[in-house]
Design a protein around this ligand. Structure first.
Ligand SMILES: Cc1cc2nc3c(=O)[nH]c(=O)nc-3n(C[C@H](O)[C@H](O)[C@H](O)COP(=O)(O)O)c2cc1C
Length: 243
């Protein structure tokens, strides 16, 4: 891929490539887990440490309006669970059974004294959720971001001050299920996840080549385009075994 006008500063050091590959692997491993092995508990120190990562994230206007509430005591986990909605596509599954439930949660809230409208903080929320779930993946923990929950119920169970608006709940625990990314069928474009005959959670992902907008034949980018696509196909093959 080396071109005359390449910026020579980009990833010239082996170390930088290693950093890239670490992120790549964490991103691939960072799948939504909905069935856990309830015998294990992620130490609360690690819950705290992943929130430190969230604090390093970019923030619109640098307002940093998000706050976190940890939940790891048994009674509180038990009280929180019924307010969460799991896997909307599975109409005949109400969520993890006893023994498969998360043993900890991190509840992301908006401090409404800083920003009132939660629509304004969705990008901040996503960046921090990504940091948190990647951190948990690095610790070998599984997690699931949950946006569908009974706000009133969660607020009551956690006795949240009225200035805090719960935005997302991250369920945390040791993974008790296998999750696999599978290529999305380009004919059906069906993006719904499903469980296969071996009870593996399959998550259709678009081929990376399909994520890129063609620059148009007149663009100077055009001559690089095929090469970029080829590199992306190679990544699909090497990372996922997709053809
Ligand atoms: C903003 C957001 C909200 C989500 N809300 C829920 C939810 O309420 N319940 C749930 O079971 N999964 C929820 N998920 C998980 C998605 O269903 C999951 O990310 C998607 O199926 C892709 O699977 P993957 O994370 O393994 O790539 C949410 C994910 C995001 C990013």
């Amino acid at each position: 891929m080396k071109k005359d006008n390449d910026w020579v500063g980009i990833a010239t050091e082996t170390e930088q490539w290693l950093d890239y590959h670490v992120i790549d692997r964490l991103m691939r491993d960072n799948r939504s887990i909905r069935r856990f092995d309830q015998r294990f508990q992620v130490p609360y120190e690690q819950l705290a440490m992943v929130v430190w990562l969230a604090g390093d994230s970019a923030s619109a206007r640098n307002a940093q309006p998000l706050r976190y509430r940890y939940v790891f005591e048994r009674p509180e986990c038990k009280a929180l669970f019924p307010h969460l909605r799991w896997a909307g596509y599975y109409k005949d599954w109400d969520g993890p059974a006893e023994g498969e439930r998360p043993n900890a949660y991190i509840v992301q809230c908006l401090d409404t004294t800083i920003i009132k409208d939660s629509k304004e903080v969705q990008c901040d929320a996503g960046l921090q959720l990504q940091a948190i779930t990647l951190g948990l993946t690095a610790f070998g923990a599984g997690s699931c971001i949950i946006g569908a929950f009974d706000r009133k119920g969660v607020r009551e169970v956690l006795d949240l001050d009225e200035v805090y608006e719960p935005l997302y709940v991250v369920a945390v625990g040791k993974a008790g299920e296998e999750v696999r990314m599978v290529p999305m069928d380009p004919l059906t474009d069906d993006y719904r996840y499903y469980r296969d005959e071996n009870d593996v959670q399959c998550v259709p992902k678009r081929a990376i080549g399909d994520l890129v907008i063609h620059p148009g034949r007149n663009s100077v980018m055009c001559k690089y385009y095929d090469e970029i696509i080829e590199a992306q196909k190679k990544r699909d093959r090497e990372s996922h075994g997709w053809i």
